[in-house]
Design a protein around this ligand. Structure first.
Ligand code: NAP
Ligand code: ZN
Length: 352
């Protein structure tokens, strides 16, 4: 297959800093769209993958799955995009498109497995896929999204992962203006969950370990902030929530949140991936028909629905724009929860 070389930023091992690398992209095939990347958001999953927190990272890792850019080339069969259009790519660049999940627009649950934007097996070139910390990306049209014209492009990038990952459970669990929603952790996913739940009209509460984030949380749309380490505050919201979206990236005690669910309520884990410690106590679940669930990103149609909703409601991420060369420092700040509330890389910095 024909390829071309571009600049990217990535790492050769879990202990090394990210640095400039050269990678290959395929030359557009008839179904492909080639995009010049303008902005790429920085997700905690980028850090987990670069540092092999989940196992399974194959190096070099070039992260980035919150991509907004300009179309520079389209294949002969492409009909939705033309050269010059603004387009976006999220966490999925391929799936079988034939299984029961794909047929229901649930590519994120593709039965043979979806192809992630980075560190997934690349069906075209072999090796692994490389993400948005790069000059260009080539993706099949089906997986390319349209960006509403009224939204700021840099602040739109985080909708492609932080946005859809919180939107999908809000929609699946039917959040409306009558719902009481709580969000655990005010980072990239958490701040989008607050804005989107608010956008749907729900009453929103933030659970945080960080009292200094209270003012921001209220400005983002939270009605109330509960400091999760204060047991008196936790007792105050017993039995309150229809849905809790838990975005905490590391192992933590989920049992603390279950009593704050209403009867039939659900806590959806979207952050931490792995065995829980301590184990779950079933008593409050059984005694209140409460559920503990998980959810991964969202399908392509649902991501477009989210982008359109954000266009209508003027919702974007609160961002700090950084240069590509600042990425290692940004990761250290993310580990200290020092992000207000998403880093976005201005990819012009890689091209200069
Ligand atoms: P982030 O910006 O770093 O935010 C995480 C927030 O969680 C922090 O701001 C902090 O909020 C809280 N937190 C951090 N460490 C904690 C700890 N040890 N105990 C309790 N709270 C802690 O991360 P993100 O980009 O939002 O990503 C969050 C997680 O979601 C990551 O693990 C990421 O890999 C995962 N993710 C999952 C999906 C999916 O499809 N399921 C998609 C994208 C990302 P406070 O300061 O308010 O406590
Ligand atoms: Zn992500």
């Amino acid at each position: 297959m024909e390829t071309f070389e571009i600049k990217a930023f990535g790492t050769d091992s879990k202990t090394e800093a990210l640095k400039e690398l050269t990678i290959k992209r395929r030359v557009t095939t008839p179904k492909d769209v080639e995009i010049d990347i303008l902005f790429c958001g920085v997700c905690h999953s980028d850090l987990h993958t670069a540092r092999n927190d989940w196992g399974g990272s194959a190096y070099p890792v070039v992260p980035g799955h919150e991509i907004v850019g300009r179309v520079t080339k389209v294949g002969s069969e492409v009909s939705k995009f033309k050269v010059g259009d603004i387009a976006a790519i999220g966490c999925i660049v391929d799936s079988c498109q034939e299984c029961a999940s794909c047929k229901q627009d649930l590519e994120q649950y593709c039965i043979p497995g979806f192809t992630g934007t980075y560190n997934a097996k690349d069906k075209h070139l072999g090796g692994r896929t490389f993400g948005g910390y790069s000059e260009k990306i080539v993706v099949e049209e089906h997986f390319v999204l349209k960006v509403p014209e009224n939204l700021d492009l840099a602040a739109t990038a985080p909708l492609l992962c932080a946005g859809i990952t919180t939107w999908s459970p809000l929609k699946h669990w039917n959040v409306t203006k009558d719902s009481k929603v709580a969000v655990v952790g005010l980072g990239g996913l958490g701040h989008m969950a607050i804005k989107l739940a608010k956008g749907l009209g729900a009453e929103v509460t933030l659970f945080s370990r960080s009292p200094e984030k209270e003012k921001d949380a209220k400005e983002l749309g939270a009605n109330e902030v509960i400091i999760s380490t204060d047991s008196a505050q936790m007792k105050k919201v017993a039995g309150k929530f229809d849905l809790i979206i838990d975005t905490v990236p590391y192992v933590h005690d989920v049992n603390e949140y279950i009593p704050t669910l209403n009867i039939n309520g659900t806590i959806v884990l979207v952050g931490y991936l792995g065995p829980l410690d301590p184990m779950l106590n079933t008593v409050p679940m059984i005694m209140g028909r409460k559920s503990v669930a998980g959810s991964v990103i969202g399908g392509i149609a649902e991501t477009q629905e989210l982008l359109d909703f954000c266009g209508e409601h003027n919702i974007v991420s609160d961002i700090e724009v950084i240069k590509m060369q600042d990425i290692n420092e940004a990761y250290e700040r993310m580990l200290k929860s020092d992000v207000r509330y998403r880093f976005v890389i201005d990819m012009a910095s890689l091209k200069n």
